[in-house]
Design a protein around this ligand. Structure first.
Ligand code: ADP
Ligand code: ZN
Ligand code: ZN
Length: 718
């Protein structure tokens, strides 16, 4: 008797699988194949998760087998099952997250040919800045540019057409051709050892933490490890936090291997599917992608690299709330391939895993080449007057560096002009009508904006409460620094980088290109500037406000702030000239800040890890957050009260430590017109947490008008 019944995961928020009969005459579709099945009163596209012998019950029959030859490979099906259990998420919806939208909709999946644009190696355009910018962006790509990438690069179609007419760009049809080119330099001792540790991990399929200070040559280590794989015909997956902001990383991979496929979150669906299929059939040897690329299928994957593994963007914040880093580690285990977690500032969780011997470790303690690490200087501003957030002392330091012909980077993690708009006559503050939040004052274009729901408001000329013409901006954002520094250094070029200024990677990269050529200049920006850019002429970095980060209530805030400071600091002195990092603070005695400045990130990590151990917080406990939101008051609490009761009952026989806190209002309880509450679940033993959450799933708590979710290993808890 052959299997004539399959178990199908349907894209609905239900925990169980559904049985369907295979139509007479059809072969049984393999696990991982997509099928169209009747469900309720509609039809849905599901994924086959198992098969079994004939059922006694009368079953509905599959409408259509979409992939008779299979679709998702076995390792991804296994990964999906793990994801469902670990994140307590319905399997059908896990598959929904994994699949490109076209595949999810049930469209036929087949490869199309891609047209590419190939710029001539030499030749230039005169008096046509758009075309020059376009040509530069195409050349910076490091190989033929697939037409599908044109929009994402911010390339102007008309300029592209003009370049083709002039013969400076040629349309070609390309299959990726990978070949390993030699590295331009020898590895130093530490890099050599790191490559060996990674190669050693291939044997026992381990995870290796590569902790290397900024500019220590981590990328070069990745390139060597990937080269080993590509030279033997295998495939490598490189996960990066963001592709748009750091196109140089991708370009370096392309230069070294003659190709490297990008997969970013903004990629149009057709591109995502095409990239998927070319990874699955082995065309692409190197995939460089953001978070969701961890789900790409491969014919012969032999290495996974997670660059900047500490970065928040690896954690998905809605739906299936997975951490791409942790999924990568799991995928490596399933496939038996090494995983490299690289960072200058590894997550405390990652360092603890290494300390317990779960992960291997390699360190790069020195900068590659000639560069030395920057020196930290704490600038105590207690009792000093700040103008536009800047002390006279800091302005003096910037002046010195700029006068010497160097570049200065001024960092503040707030966009807009000022985070608060206030009436000095009566104390009125501008607040969002839809959120529990103050509005940010913007100067260009002028107005008030809510950074939480995105709503915009007109800036009143007088105070809405007392009618006095006394509205001012309080606090410092990037726009305020831009205008203050512009007034102080009127003759110097000044660039601002934040979410309001960046329009497409082509423009962004063009500005970095200018900066890399050298000459005095000022950069003002948010954490966007912390991301891996190589800016050799920057010799001074100013952190305008370190305090707000360290003082936030989230238990992870010190970790995040330290990482941000070290990453921004890492932009300084990356070439021959040594760099300085000035940190303005009202709290120079802050133990976190002291540890960071005196002992660097490893010292900070040790202090903060000890604190977490004492407090019984991750990585010394497993954590989950239950979040509920509703337009109706009282509804969230009711659902979370029921959830808490189930959890407390499930934990009753647990010998180790556990706690269920809440329900309590979320830090911003009212957001975009909805109320939000949360419960915090902690368990000393991870299996106990998962057992309790499984019981919660089984309870199938539902309430109309309330959306609620489980977030395992949450990134934001406050
Ligand atoms: P990270 O990824 O750690 O920030 P990179 O790999 O970008 O560091 O290296 C920083 C700079 O040092 C780059 O310009 C790179 O080309 C150079 N570099 C890396 N390794 C070496 C080496 N062994 N010898 C000389 N220069 C190197
Ligand atoms: Zn007023
Ligand atoms: Zn709002």
């Amino acid at each position: 008797m052959t299997d004539r019944v399959v178990e199908v995961a349907v894209p609905r928020p239900v925990r169980r699988l559904f049985d369907y009969a295979v139509p007479a005459g059809d072969a049984v579709p393999p696990v991982g194949a997509r099928v169209r099945v009747p469900f309720g009163r509609t039809e849905v596209v599901g994924v086959v998760a198992g098969a079994r012998p004939e059922s006694k019950r009368r079953l509905k029959t599959i409408t259509e087998v979409l992939d008779p030859g299979g679709f998702l490979p076995a390792d991804l099906v296994e990964l999906a099952v793990w994801l469902g259990r670990y994140y307590h998420h319905p399997l059908g919806e896990v598959f929904g997250t994994m699949l490109p939208a076209a595949a999810r909709r049930g469209e036929a999946v087949r490869l199309r040919r891609t047209r590419c644009w190939l710029p001539k190696a030499d030749g230039a355009v005169q008096r046509a800045p758009r075309q020059a910018e376009t040509l530069r962006a195409l050349r910076a790509f490091g190989g033929p540019v697939p037409d599908t990438e044109v929009r994402h690069l911010g390339i102007d179609r008309r300029a592209l057409a003009a370049l083709v007419r002039k013969g400076l760009v040629e349309a070609v049809e390309e299959r990726p051709e990978y070949r390993v080119r030699p590295s331009p330099f020898d590895l130093n001792d530490e890099q050599g050892r790191a490559v060996e540790v990674i190669a050693g991990a291939a044997g026992d399929a381990g995870t290796v933490v590569l902790e290397g200070v900024t500019g220590s040559g981590k990328t070069e280590v990745y390139l060597r490890a990937v080269a080993e794989v590509v030279a033997r015909g295998g495939q490598a997956l490189v996960l990066v936090p963001e592709i748009g902001l750091t196109p140089q990383t991708l370009a370096r991979f392309r230069e070294r291997f003659g190709g490297a496929a990008p997969l970013h979150s903004a990629a149009p669906d057709a591109v995502r599917l095409d990239t998927w299929l070319r990874c699955a059939n082995g065309d692409h040897k190197v995939l460089v992608g953001t978070r969701s690329a961890v789900f790409a299928p491969f014919a012969d994957l032999r290495l996974i690299v997670v660059d900047e593994e500490h970065d928040a963007s690896f954690k998905q914040q809605e739906g299936l709330r997975y951490s791409a880093r942790d999924v990568a580690v799991k995928r490596g285990r399933i496939l038996g391939v090494p995983v490299v977690l690289g960072s200058a500032t590894p997550a405390l969780q990652t360092l603890e895993n290494a300390a317990r011997g779960r992960y291997g470790q390699a360190r790069l303690t020195r900068r590659a080449g000639q560069a030395t690490l920057p020196r930290y200087r704490v600038l105590d501003v207690r009792g000093r007057r700040l103008r536009d957030g800047l002390s006279d002392r800091l302005l003096g330091v910037l002046d010195q560096h700029l006068r010497a012909g160097n570049q200065a980077l001024v960092f503040v993690n707030r966009r807009g002009f000022a985070p608060t708009c206030l009436c000095t006559a009566c104390g009125w503050q501008a607040r969002c009508e839809w959120c529990d939040a103050r509005l940010t004052l913007h100067e260009t274009p002028p107005g008030l904006r809510c950074h939480h729901c995105g709503r915009r408001y007109r800036l009143p000329e007088t105070c809405p409460a007392c009618d006095a013409p006394s509205l001012i901006g309080l606090g410092t954002g990037t726009q305020r620094l831009e205008s203050a520094l512009g007034a102080r250094f009127p003759d110097l070029p000044l660039y601002r980088f934040d979410r309001d200024t960046t329009r497409g990677p082509a423009r962004f990269d063009a500005q970095f290109e200018v900066l890399r050529r050298g000459g005095p200049a000022i950069l003002v920006g948010t954490q966007m500037l912390a991301k891996g850019h190589h800016l050799p002429a920057v010799t001074v970095v100013a952190v305008v406000d370190a305090d707000s980060g360290f003082l936030s209530a989230d238990f992870r805030a010190p970790e995040r702030t330290a990482q941000l400071i070290v990453q921004v600091a890492g932009r300084a002195g990356r070439a021959e000239r040594p760099g300085e990092v000035w940190i303005q603070t009202y709290d120079p005695g802050n133990p976190n800040l002291r540890a960071l400045v005196e002992e660097g990130y490893p010292g900070f990590a040790e202090t903060e890890t000890a604190h977490r151990r004492e407090a019984g917080l991750p990585p010394f406990a497993a954590m989950a957050v239950l979040r509920a939101e509703s337009a109706r008051a009282g509804a969230c609490e009711a659902v979370l009260e029921r959830a808490r009761a189930v959890l407390r009952d499930a934990f009753r026989d647990e010998a180790g430590a556990w706690d269920v806190l809440g329900p309590a209002p979320a830090p911003m309880a009212y957001r975009s017109g909805r109320l939000r509450f949360q419960c915090l679940v902690l368990a000393g033993r991870r299996p106990a947490l998962h057992a309790a959450l499984a019981r919660l799933e089984e309870a199938e708590i539902q309430a109309s008008n309330v959306r609620w979710s489980i977030d395992v290993d949450p990134y934001d808890t406050f």
